[in-house]
Structures are given as structure tokens and as C-alpha cells.
Design a protein around this ligand. Structure first.
Ligand code: S3P
Length: 171
């Protein structure tokens, strides 16, 4: 697999809560590649957690930083990179990913996403009166774009390792 990938990275895209970080970390261990979570890198670069970046500087500022961090990480590759759910929506970022990596959309349905994000309060986009409606709207906006990823893997309620194996077989 590694030789088939050449020097390319693997980039996980998809909605919040689909398991990009957990699956990415295990995938990286299996492939003996470094794993990086873009959200964690952004927080380190900004010196504050993501909700605080949104509060203090706004979403557009976060998105610019996110695009820069992802570009830098891809230049340093090869690695397995988990991206935040909105990152792939930027055309320039999709172009950079296409040039340097194989992209994998971890696809999950609305119910799975709702169940998983309910457990975590650190998603500023879901701090609204109607998180369900927000997830529905984001899925409608984003699925047509996520669909442009090189591979699609269904992330559902099975052990993460099963999804890792499936991904490796698909590569
Ligand atoms: C976002 C997803 C988050 C984080 C930020 C915005 C999004 O990452 O980047 O809260 O726009 O979907 P995860 O997908 O890792 O939760």
C-alpha cells in the first residue's frame, strides 16, 4: 500500500463526529505514517481552543488559519491528516489535497452524527438553538462537495478497527 501511495498523504474529510481523528490515528499506526489532527495543529498555532478562536476572531479568520495549517502539513508529508469538517469546502484546500494526497470521505448519516456530537460541547457551529437543523443544513451543503473525495468509506456503528481495515483494503 505504501508504495502505491508513493509519497502521498492520506487526508480524511467528512462531518464532525464521523471518527476522522480516531480512525486516522489507527490508520496511520497501521501504515507506519505520522498522524496529525488539523484542528489540534490550529489550536497550537493560535494558542487557544477552537471555540475561542471562533468567539474572538470569527469563523472567516478560523477558516484562513485552517487552510494555511493544512497547506503547511501537506507540504511536509507524507502523513495521515484528519481535517475539520469544514476544511474540504474550500476550493483551494481541495486543490492542495488533490495534488498531494489521497482523500477519504468518512460518510455517516444524520443520526450517527447527532449521537456522536452530543457527547462533545467543543463544536462552536453546534452551539445553536437547533443543532439538529444545523447538522441537516451542513450535510445538505457539504455532501455534494465531500463526494469529490477520492474514496468514500461508510462510518457507521461498527468498531473503528473494522473501518480501518476496510479503508486499507480499499486503498
Ligand atoms: C468544523 C468542524 C470541527 C472544527 C470546527 C468547525 C466544521 O472539526 O474544525 O469546529 O465546520 O464542521 P471536526 O470535524 O473534527 O469536529
Amino acid at each position: 500500500i505504501l508504495s502505491a501511495l508513493g509519497a502521498r498523504s492520506l487526508v480524511l474529510v467528512g462531518m464532525m463526529g464521523v471518527g476522522k481523528s480516531t480512525i486516522g490515528r489507527r490508520l496511520a499506526a497501521r501504515l507506519r505514517l505520522p498522524f496529525v489532527d488539523a484542528d489540534t495543529e490550529i489550536e497550537a498555532a493560535a494558542g487557544m481552543p477552537i471555540p475561542e478562536i471562533f468567539e474572538r476572531h470569527g469563523e472567516p479568520h478560523f477558516r484562513d488559519g485552517e487552510a494555511r495549517v493544512i497547506a503547511r502539513l501537506l507540504d511536509g508529508g507524507p502523513l495521515v491528516l484528519a481535517t475539520g469538517g469544514g476544511a474540504f469546502m474550500r476550493e483551494e484546500t481541495r486543490g492542495r489535497i488533490a495534488a498531494k494526497a489521497v482523500s477519504i470521505w468518512l460518510k455517516a448519516d444524520h443520526d450517527v452524527i447527532m449521537r456522536r456530537v452530543r457527547r462533545r460541547a467543543d463544536r462552536p457551529l453546534l452551539r445553536t438553538a437547533d443543532p439538529e437543523g444545523t447538522v441537516t443544513r451542513l450535510l445538505t451543503e457539504r455532501e455534494p462537495v465531500y463526494r469529490n473525495a477520492d474514496l468514500t468509506i461508510a462510518s457507521r456503528d461498527v468498531p473503528h478497527d473494522k473501518i480501518v481495515e476496510e479503508t486499507i483494503e480499499t486503498l
